[in-house]
Design a binder for this molecule. Sequence first.
Ligand code: ASP
Length: 583
Amino acid sequence: MYRTKTCGELRLADVNCEVILAGWVHKIRKMGGMTFIDLRDRYGITQLSFNQEVDANLCEQANKLGREWVVQVTGTVKERSNKNPNLATGDIELIVSKLIVLNPSKTPPFTIETDTDGGDDLRMKYRYLDLRRTVVRQNLELRHRMAFETRRYMDEHGFLEVETPVLVASTPEGARDFIVPSRMNQGEFYALPQSPQLLKQLLMVAGFDRYFQIVKCFRDEDLRADRQPEFTQIDCEMSFVQQEDILNIFEGLTKHLFKTIKNIDLPEFPRMSYADAMKYYGSDKPDIRFDMKFVELKDLTEGHNFSVFDSAEYVGGICANGCANYTRKQLDELTDFVKRPQIGAKGLIYVRYNEDGSIKSSVDKFYGESDLRAWIDRFNANPGDLLLILAGETEKTQKQLSELRLEMGTRLGLRDKFNYKCLWVVDFPLLEKDEELGRYFAKHHPFTSPKPEDIPLLDTDPGKVRANAYDMVINGVEVGGGSIRIHDSELQKKMFATLGFTEERAQEQFGFLMNAFQYGAPPHGGIAFGLDRLVSIFAGLDSIRDCIAFPKNNSGRDMMLDAPSKVDQAQLDELGIMIKEKK
Ligand code: ASP
């Protein structure tokens, strides 16, 4: 037997018991004639104690161990004279009588500690060592529990988990596909699924009624902190439902996860239309942990020969409570912030509503006290507040103002990671126009149903059509999104036409779906959650990478496996692939 107990479970009640432990040497401390070793496994750390005077040989053996050696020890549990309240096993130690080295270890390239000295690249290369760190392991334990509780909830609500294939056909769904060459059909390719969207809809046609799957999806996109080329979705679909049914079931799932994992009871999720989200927060994923809604001023600013405002389509701002005393330097910092190329504002206008009731603005030349007072009234500002105002083209300026709002929220400490505020954003537009290409794209995907009352607009003003589509947002992060689908082959055809597909191309790519719709497709809809994002929000992580066992780096590379990598010429020949020489 390798062990009778784990390194995390011994307590005072076990004193005088003889036990066997196995694990990794975490730390060695020599003090006079004593040697103490912290022995670690997944479950915790137990202190081992060796006494030179009692057994010199054994102590000698212990002194020869190195960090991360794998050992097995037999010993007797004793109460510690020097207890460690930070350790679950801190009341006891093991007086070792026998020590066996199961496997020595090279000195690890970084310390296996919460605050490790290892840089990102090094930790990625030795991910199996990084995973030994408690903080990293805890993220994966959390992920396991969330996936497990998801399965429990879905099962309790009658959902069947069905696996869909990983080798599918390439379909345009927004992002680029990863493709896989076929050896048996040279010159032809599979694609890895960006999501099981069409397959889950076919499962509804098949009468499965309620489907879910915790499933890997693949998108060949440029990477950011919250993106990975492969990621995991909690993918769901339901038949004979309306939007309301779906929102209820999945608000329920989210509440179930918060309750079982974090013991948090969430109140009912507010719902906000896409139009309001843009108007008041400049974002389709508003962070509602704090208020600071946009206030529009255009009508109050006209007729004062201030060309910046006069030429702007939109003038609007936010009110930062208690910031009237911001220094010149702080205001300059904010101006630099909005002028950064990623944000792209031309400048920032401020109005200080001082504690003493006086007003000072950066546009005093153009606006008198009574004008500024009208602005202050519209903002409902109080003495001590600071108004920050941007102007320009509506959509662009709202986005810039959104960044400024988040920055102010951060500066004012209003974005506590562990204060969870969830909401639904609903009534998304069905289509989005690419101004450069001069054509419409599906905002969600081409299978999303327009709101029935907006269908006539498809012919007259497609940009105005609203969809039965919804996103769940937590703390400014989109954690899930879905829609009621089109289940009528004629409407689906019309949608493809609106998106600029010729009939032949629609038939070629989606013929199977439109065909299926002719065999009794039930009304249906669904949603998919990003599991990685959900876990990172629960864990309070900045990057989804930290809750993925073997993530890729920012260039989409697995540093440990060194993937992607070259393959043998013979393998390429079999696939009929010729690699173009790089010039
Ligand atoms: N397939 C969609 C996505 O991956 C989610 C859905 O509509 O259910 O975003």
